[in-house]
Design a protein around this ligand. Structure first.
Ligand SMILES: [Zn+2]
Length: 246
């Protein structure tokens, strides 16, 4: 039997049948792929503790006709600090949901794997709202969806601020080409986007963020994601619900 051993992050785990779970995992070599963990919901199963969303694991997969199956799974890091905090669970769901939506099936993803792992590690140490925004812009960039943010997406001229941002057009728009309905886009927002795109998520620098620029860029991100994915992300409502009283 063909068994593959790899490091992975479990993005999602859902119950299947009476005792099994189906997981979506992200591995550097296998990319985003699905596997079934037979018996993972039985209390005595060796897999039950390890097959949890957001866990970083070492995993052995046996090739199946329709779907691979999990033979062994050892936890490298279960991120207990995330699992004890509802808000961090919501932010992690966003990381997982966006990865599932943007990454193609079964293509090697060494960079996306490192990005997701580094983001989960950073989430407990730094401001999670800022962390997931940097993650989202970097994942969009990695998957070929980086918006045009320095030059006008319509005429190609360098943007003079304040200008506009039109998600459906794919980025920044100068005052000549912009419409009144477009979102306002200023120098601070542009600089913050540039910083997010280049931030080293393994060891992010400390920097001051203007609340106004962060909120503005968040609005742009949400409208841009809606255009790219053509549907709203469930995790964004989850984040809104659990952070409403913060
Ligand atoms: Zn223009």
């Amino acid at each position: 039997m063909n068994i593959v051993q790899t490091e992975a992050i479990i993005l999602t785990a859902r119950d299947w049948g009476d005792a099994d779970r189906i997981i979506t995992l992200l591995s550097p070599e296998l990319g985003k792929t699905k596997a079934v963990a037979y018996g993972a919901r039985q209390i005595r199963s060796r897999l039950s503790g390890a097959i949890q969303p957001f866990s970083h694991v070492g995993i052995h997969l046996a090739a199946g006709k329709n779907i691979d199956s999990v033979r062994q799974c050892q936890i490298i890091d279960s991120f207990p600090a995330i699992k004890q905090d509802l808000a961090l669970m919501a932010y992690s769901s966003f990381i997982a949901e966006l990865s599932v939506e943007l990454l193609p099936e079964s293509e090697p993803q060494p960079q996306a794997f490192c990005l997701v792992l580094n983001t989960l590690q950073t989430l407990t140490k730094r401001n999670p709202r800022i962390t997931i925004q940097a993650f989202a812009w970097q994942l969009l960039s990695l998957t070929g969806y980086q918006p045009e943010y320095i030059n006008c997406v319509t005429c190609g001229q360098q943007i003079i601020f304040p200008a506009h941002f039109d998600s459906s057009a794919g980025g920044a728009i100068c005052n000549e080409c912009g419409k009144l309905s477009d979102v306002c886009y200023d120098q601070d927002t542009c600089s913050l986007l540039a910083r997010f795109l280049t931030l080293d998520m393994a060891a992010p620098d400390k920097f001051l963020v203007s609340g106004a620029a962060l909120t503005q860029l968040e609005k742009i991100l949400h409208s841009f994601l809606l255009v790219v994915l053509e549907k709203p992300l469930k995790s964004l409502s989850f984040i809104q619900t659990v952070t409403k009283n913060d």
